[in-house]
Design a protein around this ligand. Structure first.
Ligand code: HPA
Length: 264
């Protein structure tokens, strides 16, 4: 798995005890639990930014060490705009994790992003507002601007695509993730605007997760599953039944990819 150097001042004595090879996985909708995960321990991490969504789970996934955190809480009760992204990413860093995969359910906007498709996006447009989106706010030696030209970690994206190939799971390479505020879904006009902007998929949790990971020097990539056509892209309303159907099947395929990446 790729390694990154960190500009962030969490020193070794402040770190938790996770294996440095452990892969961090932030589970999204449909992935609050990882089947085949043998749990070694769970740890409640206190961070300078408050409580993460859940205790960190340290365990083995198909034999490989991972650190797992369900983004929406253990019972899937935290809506996207209430997730404490800062605490979640800080906790991962504190645990000694270097590579983090954010799992995400998304709506498909462009033709190739049909429901059921897995995608490893390579760009982001941020439409969220009012979220605690940076760690670089106070007590800084100097104003800090991270480079975000390529918002996802190339090495981890490659590892995901390689893992998908090895697992025999069809996955789309690249695409722009448009992050909306939620928790409501979008209007058809909003999706038309997002498509004009260049978005391929729409989700509610991609930001500020990706930029906070970059601020912390974590290598972060997203494995997204299209679970519905975005608003106005199909006949009729978007139903939870449709979403749940695609989630159940798609997350099984996503798990197969994760198992290969965790073992690398
Ligand atoms: N919009 C925003 N977020 C989503 C969607 C959607 O259509 N589907 C799954 N997450």
């Amino acid at each position: 798995m790729p390694r990154v150097s960190s500009p962030w001042p969490i020193n070794d004595s402040e770190r938790g005890a996770a294996s440095v090879q452990a892969l961090g996985i932030i589970g999204g909708s449909g992935l609050t639990r990882l089947q085949a995960l043998s749990i070694e321990r769970q740890e409640i991490i206190t961070t300078p930014y408050g409580e993460p969504s859940a205790p960190l789970t340290f365990g083995r996934f198909d034999g490989s060490p991972i650190v797992f955190l369900p983004r929406h809480g253990p019972a899937h009760t935290l809506p996207p705009h209430r997730v404490n992204y800062r605490a979640n990413l800080w906790a991962m860093k504190h645990a000694g994790v270097e590579n983090v995969i954010g799992m995400a359910a998304v709506g498909g906007i462009t033709r190739s992003m049909s429901p059921g498709m897995l995608v490893v996006p390579d760009q982001i447009i941020d439409y969220t507002w009012g979220r605690e989106h940076t760690l670089f706010e106070v007590d800084l030696p100097a104003v800090t601007h991270i480079d975000f030209t390529r918002p996802y970690c190339d090495e981890l994206r490659e590892a995901l695509l390689r893992g998908a190939h090895r697992a025999g799971v069809a996955t789309h390479d690249g695409g722009t993730y448009g992050a909306t505020q939620g928790p409501r879904l979008e209007s058809a006009a909003e999706i038309t605007r997002m498509e004009r902007d260049g978005c391929d998929v729409v989700g509610m949790t991609g930001m500020p997760e990706a930029s906070l990971a970059r601020e912390l020097g974590l290598c972060y990539a997203c494995l997204a599953l299209s679970v519905n056509w975005a608003a106005g892209k199909s006949e009729g309303p978007i139903t939870m039944a449709e979403i749940d159907r695609h989630l159940a099947d798609g997350m099984q395929r996503a798990r197969r990819i994760l198992a290969v990446v965790a073992a690398e």
